[in-house]
Design a protein around this ligand. Structure first.
Ligand code: TYC
Length: 122
């Protein structure tokens, strides 16, 4: 069994209950309120540069786990190589956490020190 260090689920906002009121005729009046659903917080998966992981391995990881074509994967890998880090993709929290796990497991199995993390966007 694998346990992930994740933050607890964010409870969905509960709309304030609409108290029933009575009109002059004594009928119960229920007010209709439109529910405003917030879009989910999005998380970006950030990959970090290191001096040991082969460029080709990073390109393959970006193709395999982030659905990039070879050209886009190469561009992202080079950006990480030059800037020290780069965004591989933006996902909901659980999907981003899964991508991080997949990358870390693949890197570990291959014996590379490649690191990546997920962080909330904005
Ligand atoms: N800097 C590595 C090299 O020169 C390549 C690399 C790129 C490693 C991106 C990690 O996230 C990374 N072999």
């Amino acid at each position: 069994m694998k346990f992930m260090a994740t933050t607890p689920p964010i409870p969905a906002p509960v709309p304030a209950p609409t108290p029933p009121s009575w009109d002059e005729g004594g009928s119960v009046v229920l007010e209709r309120r439109t529910q405003k659903t917030q879009p989910p917080q999005m998380y970006q998966v950030v990959m970090l540069n290191d001096d040991y992981t082969p460029m080709e391995f990073v390109v393959v990881v970006l193709q395999e786990f982030f659905n990039k074509d070879r050209e886009a994967a190469t561009q992202i890998m080079l950006k990480i190589h030059l800037d020290g880090k780069g965004v591989c993709g933006v996902y909901t929290r659980d999907v981003a956490a899964t991508k991080v796990d997949q990358v870390l497991e693949a890197a570990h199995k291959a014996g590379h020190p490649l690191q990546c993390l997920s962080e909330p966007v904005e």
